[in-house]
Design a protein around this ligand. Sequence first.
Ligand SMILES: [Zn+2]
Length: 250
Amino acid sequence: MIGTLAQGMLDLLLPRHCVISGRPLTHEEPGCVAPEVLRQAKLTSGDYCSRCGARQGEGVGVIHTCGRCEEFKEGFGTREVCAVGDYEGVLQGLCLALKFAGERAAVAPLSQYLIQQVFDRGLSEKVDAVVPVPLHPLRRFQRGYNQAELLARPLARALGKPLWNNVLRRRRRTQAQSELSAAQRRSNVEDAFEVRPRAVARLEDRSLLLVDDVMTTGATLAACAKALKRAGAKAVLGAVIARSTVGMDS
Ligand SMILES: [Zn+2]
């Protein structure tokens, strides 16, 4: 009773609003997004490209190489990628809130979606450990956290696999991928990642699940996968929240 009262007072003093619709949230609505907004999230169902995670048209089924993958011959260095959904609407709003507005509460719904997607695709049996895409230490310091790591942690727990958040590191600071064209994205992150020398022994013959928030050209996943495989990893799979195909062809 006191707890509810205190929470009610807190809501009056410090009202919380849905990060997407702006509707005030009541104390019975934890988190940062209104339940009716969350229900509108469009999730990838049975129609997707298993190679890059892109959602396909209704009733297309599982495609092993979509039109874009046909064009991107060099691939992502990943065996398969799963994406919760397209980078639009609710998923985009939550990703932006997490990445740029310091809204850590966005992790709860996003990681739930990610866990569900990874289990639905059967990726859980194929990997030995979960590896978040690292941020440069300076960017991590500025943001206060690495959003990929926040998403990877509950996923690793749900899978019952170790979270290896100190395996990969950025060798240099790169420009934000969102500011670049497809070709620039690839050269921007080319060789930007490396495996920490002390972690190399752990990777031998391991299959890893790389986790990131958004995948656009796949250049970041590809650069991470390359570093992991060069250090001895057997296979790399990818799990992302949102698959953006906008700007891929630019
Ligand atoms: Zn594809």
